[in-house]
Design a protein around this ligand. Structure first.
Ligand code: NCD
Ligand code: ZN
Length: 349
């Protein structure tokens, strides 16, 4: 039933999430598992997940941490390095261990030191992935210190992304957590094998908000939020009904101490109220009827999977987001900390 106050949609999936490992994993993964049927699990652990055996073991640890009441499927990814073995990737994909590979340019973000230093070094891997239809998930930022941090995504498109799509025209690519109007345009102008995820937070705030009244470390993530014109382009893309744009939270928890530090970590912890945040944005854009496509249909379509069979319900009720959450033995500040949102995730039906 969909009336003014209730929204029943196919259960969404999260096509980009960091659930970490160890105590942190146990503390955060159920926020994702209670809302989403499946999730693409990012492999940037220390050390990263670079082979099928490590992915299998990580999947076991994730499932052990998920409450029995949730029917949740983690979809594993392989972290690409300069020396990654294409045979390992092909076998891992054929065996159903790996759903995709993640490209982190070396030094671009949290735990990316083992990432790729030169795209030329993984040409054989990209060739293999193109042949077997395995998606490449891209953190799209150049890492050159002389490129302004706010320009790194746009420069990545010109220097790297356009080259990958030229050299591997049939490769399936997800441009992850896009933050610029240039990325929106690039994806729109590309073929159906190119899509993008959009986070809740990049739809909500721009770069000025990171400095409103003082520095706000909990809004710091990578890619960093850009100018308002870019945020508006993302909102238009997400709510447009185009199947090229779908949900990926990039929920990236760090302890409060790691964020509020002289050199704070990048990452926004948005998993606890992810659907509430997206629903608020879609309502503001008068596009609640487009939420199901974005959250539940276009992602599986791109990955060649069926949408979830289950439905979830959101109801129009004001909720207050906790200022902080106690996660195992630490505290994490959630996205929308202390704010009110108009929609509440009720659960599965
Ligand atoms: C992510 C993390 O903390 O793992 N941080 C972030 O700001 N998004 C890494 C990433 O996806 O860039
Ligand atoms: Zn991420």
């Amino acid at each position: 039933m969909n009336d003014k106050n209730t929204l029943t949609i196919t259960q969404p999936d999260d096509w980009h999430v960091h659930v970490r490992d160890g105590d942190m994993l146990a503390g955060v993964v159920n926020f994702t598992a209670r809302q989403f049927g499946r999730a693409i699990i990012m492999p940037n652990l220390a050390p990263p997940i670079t082979n099928a055996q490590a992915a299998r073991e990580y999947r076991v640890r994730i499932l052990a941490a998920v409450d029995n009441q949730h029917d949740f499927t983690p979809l594993m990814t392989c972290y690409l390095t300069d020396n990654i073995d294409p045979g390992e990737i092909e076998t891992g994909f054929a065996d159903g261990v790996f759903t995709a590979c993640k490209l982190y340019p070396a030094g671009a973000t949290t735990n990316s030191d083992h990432g790729v230093t030169d795209i030329g070094k993984i040409a054989n891997v990209l060739e293999t992935m193109q042949r077997i239809g395995m998606p490449l998930l891209v953190h799209g930022e150049v890492t050159d210190g002389d490129i302004d941090i706010f320009d790194r995504e746009a420069v990545f498109i010109d220097r790297i992304m356009s080259k990958i799509t030229r050299d591997f025209p049939a490769l399936k690519i997800v441009f992850e957590h896009i933050t610029t109007k240039q990325a929106v345009a690039f994806v729109q102008e590309s073929g159906t094998n190119i899509a993008a995820t959009i986070t809740p937070h990049h739809l909500v705030y721009n770069r000025s908000a990171m400095f409103e009244g003082g520095i706000r470390p909990h809004l710091y993530c990578l890619p960093i939020a850009k100018r308002e014109v870019h945020r508006l382009a993302l909102r238009t893309a997400a709510t447009s009904g185009s199947a090229k744009f779908f949900l990926g939270t990039d929920s990236a928890p760090h302890s409060v101490g790691a964020k509020q530090s002289a050199c704070g970590c990048a990452g926004v912890f948005n998993a606890p109220f992810a659907l509430e945040s997206y629903a608020a944005t879609f309502e503001q854009e008068n596009a609640l009827d487009k939420l199901e496509g974005f959250a539940s249909i276009y992602g599986p379509r791109f990955y060649g999977l069926e949408p979830n069979k289950r439905k979830i319900v959101l109801e129009r009720t004001e909720i207050e987001i906790p200022k902080t959450l106690d996660i195992t033995d630490t505290q994490i500040i959630p996205f929308h900390s202390g704010e009110r949102l108009n929609w509440r995730f009720v659960g599965l039906v």
